[in-house]
Design a protein around this ligand. Structure first.
Ligand SMILES: NC(=O)c1ccc[n+]([C@@H]2O[C@H](COP(=O)([O-])OP(=O)(O)OC[C@H]3O[C@@H](n4cnc5c(N)ncnc54)[C@H](O)[C@@H]3O)[C@@H](O)[C@H]2O)c1
Length: 384
């Protein structure tokens, strides 16, 4: 099997290495830190042991997977790979420096991919002489469990690079979607209102965390409520994604971060990992939701219309196909339904009316409807 190299053995690199080795590749897992390599080895060992215990893989398979991974702190070991996936710290200068080093070591046909969540692939590719072989391959955490992978060709990326990269990731039984090289790609862009509008509803005093979470779970069918999910992701991580999307969209107020979340982050109320976030994780007790279904429907409707508007606008601006936008949200963040399918079901006219009412009431840009909604109504069209 072809050799795959992973550069950066942290959370994401370790998960990606596990997948590649499971699918039979010889894997080189590099990190500049000995400590990171040690931790990664330990983590893979622990995960594979658990899979053996659960009888998902045999002891022999575990040994085979382990034997395929070469852990190293010598970057030269990535030679003879068909694909190198970079998953180091999210810093453009450091990534660019690494990409130019990688390019000097690898074979002429090797593809170099970045797992970046927020940097432009074009800017990373610009560090390489043969920038056509650079592409974004964005896994979700935990990489071995999350089915979605966003593939992001930069303006420099060749069609051959795109096709080869996609076919390798498809062969790992992942669901791949193609996204334009724009901030947040698909998922981290379209999902913003799930957090932002929920925070806004709380800030206005319409409902508390528990009630908003209840409405989204029980009436909306989402697996987790927005506040539970922010606590799970970490308020630091989730806030930083929002801030990056906001600044990289030239401060479009649609993506404006929330002071509520910023203060939680500043206070160290990061969520589950710190023991406290919107909820207190040092006790089993949870505040009770106000299970008023009429209020719940108002909450769901407002957040859902904002999500649909974001998905529609991503389609309008050709960030991805409508099918890929819906797949991304159902497979990347477990939404109960694709947002554009959902729009057709509840009626585009109804979505537009809600957005227009919010915009009229608040006079804020964040509620501006995507032009595609008005156009579709005029032309009597649906998404599907
Ligand atoms: N954690 C997530 O949920 C998530 C999801 C999708 C994408 N990403 C992206 O994946 C990348 C990695 O994220 P992570 O959460 O795995 O980070 P992490 O902090 O867990 O791991 C980063 C690793 O990179 C190593 N490293 C740093 N600089 C290096 C260098 N110059 N050369 C070699 N190794 C170096 C560190 O030692 C560390 O082991 C980032 O670009 C991030 O945006 C993260």
């Amino acid at each position: 099997m072809k050799k795959i190299s992973i550069v950066g053995s942290g959370t994401m690199g370790t998960g990606i290495a596990q997948i590649a080795a499971t699918y039979g590749h010889e894997v080189c897992l590099y990190d500049s830190s000995n400590e990171a390599i040690k931790n990664s080895k330990h983590k893979i060992e622990k995960i594979l042991n658990r899979l053996v215990e659960k009888e998902r893989i045999s002891q022999q398979e575990k040994e085979n997977i382990n034997s395929r991974i070469n852990f190293t702190t010598d970057l030269e070991d990535i030679q003879e790979s068909v694909l190198v996936i970079e998953a180091i710290i999210e810093d453009l200068n450091i990534k660019q420096d690494l990409f130019s080093k990688i390019e000097r070591i690898i074979d002429k046909d090797c593809i170099i991919a970045s797992n970046t969540s927020s940097l432009s692939i074009a800017s990373i590719a610009a560090a390489c002489k043969k920038s056509g072989r650079v592409i974004g391959i964005h896994f979700f955490n935990p990489a071995p469990l999350m089915p979605l992978v966003e593939i992001i060709p930069a303006v420099q990326t060749t069609t051959e690079t795109l096709n080869t990269a996609r076919s390798i990731i498809d062969s790992w039984n992942k669901i791949t979607v193609i996204a334009k090289d724009t901030p947040g790609f698909i998922v981290n862009r379209v999902a913003r209102p799930f957090y932002g509008e929920s925070l806004r509803i709380y800030e206005e005093g319409i409902a508390d965390f528990a009630t908003i979470d209840w409405a989204m779970r029980e009436i909306g069918g989402f697996r987790m409520g927005p506040f539970e999910l922010m606590d799970y992701i970490g308020n630091d991580v989730n806030y930083m994604v929002t801030e990056t999307v906001f600044t990289t969209f030239y401060f479009d107020s649609r993506y404006k971060p929330s002071f509520t979340q910023k203060r939680m982050m500043e206070a160290g109320y990061l969520g589950r990992k710190s023991g406290k976030g919107y909820y207190d994780y040092t006790t089993e007790e949870r505040p009770l939701a106000n299970e008023d279904r009429d209020l719940g429907k108002i909450i769901l409707w407002r957040i859902l219309c904002m999500l649909i508007n974001e998905a529609a606008d991503a389609f309008f601006l050709k960030i991805a196909t409508k099918e890929d936008i819906d797949l991304a949200m159902t497979k990347g963040v477990n939404y109960p339904k694709g947002l554009l399918v959902w729009a057709d079901e509840i009626g585009i006219k109804n979505v537009l009316t809600q957005l227009e009412e919010l915009q009229a009431e608040y006079g804020e840009e964040r509620y501006r409807p995507s032009p595609i909604l008005r156009r579709m109504i005029k032309e009597n069209k649906t998404f599907y």
